[in-house]
Design a protein around this ligand. Sequence first.
Ligand code: 5AD
Ligand code: SF4
Length: 461
Amino acid sequence: MVQTLGCQMNVHDSRRIREVLRDEGYESTDEAELADLIVVNTCSVREKAEHKLMSLLGRLRPLKEARRDVVLAVAGCVAQQEGARLLKKVPYLDLVLGPDNIPDLPALLADVDAGRRRSLTVFDLDSPRFLSAAPDPERPEVACFVTVMKGCDERCTYCIVPTTRGAERYRPADEIVAEVSSLARGGVREVTLLGQTVNSWYEPGVARPGLRAPSESAFADLLRRIAREVPELSRLRYTSPHPRHITPALVAAHAELELLPAHVHLPSQSGSDAVLKRMSRRYTQAEYLERAESLKSARPGFTLSTDLIVGFPGETEEDFLHTLDLVRNAGFVAAFCFKYSPRPGTPALSLGDDVPEGVKQERLARLFEVVAEQQRAHLRSLVDTEVEVLVTARGDDGRWQGRSQRHEKVHLELAPDVTPMGELLRARVAEAFDHSLLAVGRGGRLEPKRRRLPLAQEPST
Ligand code: 5AD
Ligand code: SF4
């Protein structure tokens, strides 16, 4: 059993862990009681996520004590951050495994079987390894993640990720295109390119300008190449970009490539220039808005969502009001909002944590309210418009579900005899809810927008 806490990168890593284990003859189970091996893939971006790990391990303890042969492993960011210390803190833990050490899992498990508790948290800085996903015929997927880079060189002062994920390493374009291609031939229709600062991507080995120079990221070239070489794909997303690398070439790619969504999740963190400076984000609100506007002008109806932190050290009411201004000025249609959480070893620790918890809570609630109202207004404005929905799931209510070209969640009302899984459909929005839309197939008929290659014509590997 692999249990995942945290971000999409972890969801993706958990899948790699399952694949490595499958190759070793393990079968997947969702029930801890049946498992021979339990891997908890952890997050340490905020303190709350770490607490979650500790309480989960506490819940697993009786199971481990009842069946000593069950192997208990911790992977991911807390593993990287704590290393062997975690084995000391949690005496019933068998294995600690850093995010770059997933391929070493079989060897480590052999050691554990031989009675040795192990910890391996070494970054693969010299020859980075990127595990490829193989399409799983047992569980066909419509949407999938593909890693294009790992690590982060940004060093935002609040963030533990540069410590837990290491320096930036890029994956060669040939490898990325080969993985996207193989997934698409296996039936995947939407790929989300993944990386901590995904749009800083560079062909490895090519000289890069220094950190403070204007971005010359080659990410737009990568998007164009995938669009050109993988015709079976219906949609190509990416997460999470850094505003610093929203280059004119990337904006042009959004204008030209139909495959890209009319939406980007672009973390902003704060609207106050003073706070942004202390966070070391290296842009002002005006500069963020300039990039946001250039993206929005690339395609009609383009929308943005974001990440925001409240209560960063020294944040005044006035600073916070600038954040509310940013939310309105950028017209965010959604946001993940967090209270600042001091993290071990981060530069912001020296600034203290001086915004009282009550004030953080109150600012968070006010921020949620503004974001929620904008989200509702945006969804209402879509009633009676046409959306292009990639169908990815069927809900418990029997309705098909998918995402629009702008990533809104859409429930679909379709004729009962159609099975549109993986299709790109045009539908008319009939109703807006707080977080999603209800759309109906026009005249009940499906109208695939882009024709998929018939299977017989697909290139063979
Ligand atoms: N406290 C609160 N939020 C944080 N994030 C990262 N580090 C912290 C922290 N120390 C948020 C940022 C980032 C998202 C993934 O998590 O908004 O974009
Ligand atoms: Fe953390 Fe900043 Fe890197 Fe994002 S860009 S992972 S917030 S250091």
